[in-house]
Design a protein around this ligand. Sequence first.
Ligand code: SF4
Length: 364
Amino acid sequence: MNISEILIREPYMVEEIAYLLQAEDNEKAMLFEKAAQVKKAFVQNKVYFRGLIEFSNRCRKNCLYCGIRRDNVHVRRYSLTDEEILDAARFACENRYGSVVLQSGERGGDGYTKRIEHLLKKIGQLSNGGLRVTLSCGEQSYETYRRWLEAGASRYLLRIETSNPELYKKLHPNDRHHRFEMRRKSLDDLKRAGYQVGTGVMIGLPFQTYEDLANDLLFMKQFDIDMVGMGPYLEHPHTPLYAFRERLLSREDRFQLALKMIAVLRLMMKDINIAAATALQAIDPMGREKALKVGANVIMPNITPGKYRNDYTLYENKPCTDENADDCQSCLEARIAFVRHEIAYDEWGDSEHFKEREKGQGGE
Ligand code: SF4
């Protein structure tokens, strides 16, 4: 295969994507350069901020790779109070972030649904409708998704983690709470409910092949996703998947693979929002900024109160757990300016792709 020819003939076949994901040296530089050009043409060098509020690490699930899985007894469990959540949202508003993400482990029940509904309404009031809210609260019923949308949420992030059902089985307990089909159905429900829908995968998992990753990108394209958050898989010692760490690529190779995934996705889906995942920064201090250079356009500064951040560790060596939200902001501004990008303060930064999708469905 010839990379120059592949780069100009999108849509790609699975083998072509797998080839791009293995590009090295000069070919990798060509891939990154092309992705940077496409990004500049379609979403410019703007970076949208999403203030991330990790409001609880309690979870009913037991995913085999996750540091806050239900059975990990080493975790100190916490839930922010409503006031702490609203204070964080106020911080985002005052600092002109445009959007916040409410993220937690997966919970269910009417009390949880109502609480999120209440918080969404409160955030709408305190920001005078100025903050967009993304939810990342796992698999819920269609009715719950609708209720949250009506209460003020507009985006939802639900990572498929892998689009290969067989690999999905290796990453999750074999029970009715961890079904690939349910995950897939939840994504369909979110789209039907009217959200801007985001998904993502882990990159560099044990048992994962380049073809799996290529199919992950094709899955996102076929699903016509609006936003993506994906990053390198980072092993956590208090998880069952840690037993397979000998099979992993080096951290640097996983990092490079994640950058290539972002670059190829930008070529395939030119106008979507792509987040520069915090997991990139866990490997390379400039990881998120490197991702911006090859296709990402969203950063999620952590605005969870500092005292809780050490307890939301999905993986080891999570960065910035000892900082407060102000520290994060000044640090990020300097880093983003360094890679010649501009923070889009006061902008919602809705996915251009979603706007086009809406128009196609007769929306405004
Ligand atoms: S990945 Fe999400 S659903 Fe799975 S255990 Fe972790 S927090 Fe819970």
